[in-house]
Write a protein that binds this ligand. Structure first.
Ligand code: HEC
Ligand code: HEC
Length: 314
C-alpha cells in the first residue's frame, strides 16, 4: 500500500522516542544506587539522552507534524518529487522567508488577495487554483510545517518525494474496473462509499450520479492529469470527502481504475451533463422538503410538551 514505507518509518521513530523516554525514567529511578560506578554510568546515559533532546528541536520533525503533512498536504505537494496540484516544496524555505511561508500556509487566500507578487506568481503557475485554507492550523503548527519543509528539503531523499504510482499504460479493463467502483457495483476494499453517491461522470449509462459533489467529467484535466489526480485521491483534500474517506482510504489499484475511468470520461467528448444541474435543483428541493417534514415532527412534539407543562402549571 502507498505510504507504507513512511508508516513504517514513523513507527520506528516512535519506538526510538519511547525507548529514550524509558531510559530516562530508569536512570532517574536508579539514582540512589549504592555503587559509585553505577551512578557515573547513569549520569553518562543521562547526559547523552539530554544532549540528544537539546539538539532535537532544530533538525527533527515530530511524528504529529509528519502525519499532518502526509494527511493534509501530500495530496497536493511533494518535496523533491515534482509538482502535483501545488508546487514542489523542495527549497521553498530558500525561496521565501519562514514567516511568509507560515502566513501563506495559514491563509493562502488572504496572502493572494493582498496582491503579494510572489503569491500571484505561484498562483498563475498553478493555473489559478488557490490553495485551500485548511482548518486547524495555528501559528505554532504553521511554524512546524515550515520547519518540516526545511528539514525534508535538506534530505537527499525526502519522505515526501512522492508516492510511487504504477505508470503502466491504462487498459480497457482498468476503465471497466474504475467505472464499476465508481458506481458501487464493486465495493472498495477499505469500505469507502461509491463515488456515484455524490458525483456524476459522463458516459456511465443510464445513471446520472449524485450531486453533492461536482460532476467529475472534466476533473482529470482540472486536476492536472494522472499523477496529480492519483495523489489527490490518496487522501482527498476536500472538506466533504476527507472525513468520509478517513480510515477508508483507497488502494492504489482502485485509484488506478478510477483515474482510468475519469481520463476516459474526459476524453469521451461528452460534456458534463446539463441534466445534472436540473437534478441538483430537484434533489435540493427534495432534501429541503424532507428536512421540513422531519423538523416539523420533531418540534411539534417539543412545542406541545412545553405548552402542556405551562398549562398544567397555571
Ligand atoms: C488542494 C491542493 C493543496 C493542498 C491540500 C495544499 N496546498 Fe499548498 N499550495 C497549493 C497551490 C495550488 C499552491 C500555489 C499557490 C496557489 O495557487 O494558491 C500552494 C502553495 C504552497 C506554498 C508556497 C510554495 C512556494 O513555492 O513558495 C506552501 C509553502 C504550501 N503550499 C504549503 C502547504 C502545506 C504545508 C499544506 C498542508 C497543510 C498545503 N500546502 C496544502 C495547493 C495545495
Ligand atoms: C460524501 C460525498 C462524496 C463522495 C462519496 C465522494 N466525493 Fe468527491 N467530492 C465531494 C465534494 C462535495 C467535492 C467538492 C469539494 C468540496 O466541497 O469539498 C468533491 C470533489 C472531488 C474531486 C475534485 C473535483 C475538482 O474538480 O476539484 C474529485 C476528483 C473527487 N471528488 C473524486 C471522488 C471519487 C473518485 C470518489 C469515489 C472514490 C468520490 N469523489 C467520492 C463529495 C464526495
Amino acid at each position: 500500500m502507498i505510504g507504507n514505507d513512511l508508516g513504517r518509518r514513523l513507527k520506528k521513530w516512535g519506538g526510538t522516542a519511547r525507548r529514550l523516554k524509558w531510559k530516562r525514567t530508569l536512570t532517574v529511578r536508579r539514582y540512589p544506587v549504592r555503587k559509585l560506578h553505577k551512578i557515573i554510568q547513569c549520569s553518562y546515559v543521562l547526559l547523552l539522552t539530554s544532549s540528544v533532546l537539546v539538539a532535537a528541536p532544530q533538525d527533527t520533525v515530530s511524528e504529529e507534524t509528519l502525519e499532518f503533512f502526509q494527511g493534509q498536504c501530500a495530496s497536493c505537494h511533494t518535496i523533491g518529487g515534482g509538482r502535483l496540484g501545488g508546487p514542489d516544496l523542495k527549497g521553498a524555505t530558500d525561496r521565501r522567508e519562514a514567516d511568509w511561508l507560515a502566513r501563506f500556509i495559514r491563509d493562502p487566500q488572504g496572502v493572494i488577495e493582498s496582491g503579494d507578487p510572489y503569491a500571484l506568481k505561484i498562483l498563475s503557475e498553478a493555473n489559478g487554483v488557490v490553495m485551500p485554507t485548511l482548518a486547524g492550523i495555528d501559528a505554532k503548527l504553521a511554524e512546524k510545517l515550515v520547519n518540516l519543509i526545511r528539514v525534508e528539503s535538506a534530505l537527499e531523499k525526502s519522505h515526501f518525494e512522492g508516492m510511487k504510482f504504477d505508470d503502466r499504460a491504462l487498459t480497457d479493463a482498468d476503465i471497466e474496473r474504475g467505472r464499476s467502483l465508481f458506481l458501487g457495483l464493486t465495493s472498495f476494499e477499505n469500505g469507502a462509499p461509491a463515488c456515484a453517491s455524490c458525483h456524476a461522470l459522463a458516459g456511465l449509462a443510464g445513471f446520472g450520479g449524485g450531486t453533492l459533489g461536482p460532476d467529475l467529467t472534466s476533473a482529470y484535466g482540472r486536476l492536472e492529469g494522472r499523477k496529480a489526480l492519483s495523489a489527490w485521491l490518496t487522501s482527498p483534500p476536500s472538506a466533504v470527502m476527507q472525513p468520509v474517506f478517513k480510515g477508508h482510504s483507497l488502494e492504489s489499484e482502485e485509484i488506478l481504475g478510477l483515474v482510468a475511468a475519469m481520463k476516459d470520461a474526459a476524453e469521451s467528448g461528452i460534456g458534463e451533463t446539463e441534466s445534472s444541474t436540473l437534478s441538483f435543483i430537484l434533489s435540493g428541493i427534495g432534501l429541503a422538503a424532507g428536512l421540513m417534514v422531519l423538523f416539523d415532527g420533531f418540534w411539534r412534539k417539543r412545542f406541545r410538551s412545553v405548552r402542556r407543562t405551562l398549562v398544567e402549571n397555571s
